[in-house]
Ligand binder design. Structure first.
Ligand SMILES: Nc1ncnc2c1ncn2[C@@H]1O[C@H](COP(=O)(O)OP(=O)(O)OP(=O)(O)O)[C@@H](O)[C@H]1O
Ligand SMILES: [Mg+2]
Length: 269
């Protein structure tokens, strides 16, 4: 319904600078040094987590600044470039990849001391097989801002109880990347990058053994999640499924399974 008062209000899109559209969230804008994103029932818990991370010295996440007058979450704007899809070359060398491993390790170490508020509501899309801390659940180059002032993980909507290995398995998929679309030479590169990132994270041998079966399982969980969303007509999952994301995750899961020995060597030798 349109009326005199709503006509006086400026439409959302004309306020602030629209940020590049991701796959899931629309209407994200930058206003000054802040980002405004649609809030959800999970936002108070996510902001409590972000506050905790900063309080214990982890700076690789946006600062939370509450909810604005339009009901959107307010976060600090992280200056820099998002690594995927346009700047993946910045993660080509081992040093850069190791920095990602350290970042994820620091994040998990910082999150381990977090006690969620008693009424915390998380957006649990894909339940982790076990959960002893709150993890990000979408640690990937499309959520990594590479900036001169630091590297920052953005897009915390999916944070939820999980395990270090569950989050690392997902991160390895995105940062190696463990994509089915590689030639035979690419498999060796993938195995090397898995070794570098897992090494920088500092997984011990038992954790490396535990990680191996999770790599394909984590990718397959994405396929199943999108398939279910599509079958039930839930957006944006149905759209992503129609665009081929579900198929791509399935192909990657099968690829990971097919080359399991390469990764066993990379992680255990
Ligand atoms: N705190 C931030 N600092 C800087 N840029 C940001 C921040 N939050 C979002 N952006 C910009 O907005 C884009 C989309 O944000 P975001 O990743 O939160 O959306 P999404 O649709 O949920 O993404 P995805 O496709 O990963 O699910 C990012 O790629 C980035 O360019
Ligand atoms: Mg994102």
């Amino acid at each position: 319904m349109d009326g005199p008062s709503s006509r006086r209000r400026r439409p959302l899109s004309s306020e602030g600078t629209p940020l590049p559209q991701g796959n899931v969230t629309s209407g994200i804008v930058r206003i000054g040094d802040t980002v405004r994103r649609p809030a959800g029932p999970w936002t108070p818990a996510v902001h409590a987590l972000l506050r905790h991370l900063h309080a214990v010295g982890f700076s690789g996440a946006p600062q939370p600044h509450g909810i604005d007058e339009r009901g959107r979450e307010v976060l600090s704007f992280a200056p820099g470039v998002v690594a995927w899809p346009d700047h993946f070359e910045l993660l080509a060398d081992d040093r850069a990849l190791a920095r990602v491993g350290h970042l994820v390790r620091d994040l998990h170490d910082a999150a381990a001391g977090f006690t969620p508020p008693p009424d915390a509501q998380w957006q649990v899309g894909i339940p982790a097989p076990d959960g002893d801390l709150i993890v990000h659940n979408d640690v990937a180059p499309w959520n990594l801002v590479i900036g001169d002032e630091g590297w920052v993980l953005i897009d915390w909507d999916g944070a939820a109880p999980g395990s270090r290995l569950w989050d690392v398995a997902y991160a390895l998929h995105g940062f190696a990347p463990l994509s089915a679309a590689v030639g035979p030479d690419g498999v060796a590169v993938q195995a090397h990058r898995v070794r570098v990132l897992a090494g920088a994270y500092g997984l011990d041998e038992a954790e490396r053994r535990g990680l191996l079966p999770l790599l394909a399982r984590r990718a397959m969980s994405m396929h199943q999640f999108l398939a279910e969303g599509a079958a039930n007509g839930v957006e944006p999952w149905a759209r992503l499924w129609a665009d081929g994301h579900g198929e791509s995750w399935r192909a990657d899961a099968e690829h990971i399974e097919r080359h399991r020995t390469d990764r066993e060597r990379a992680l255990l030798d």
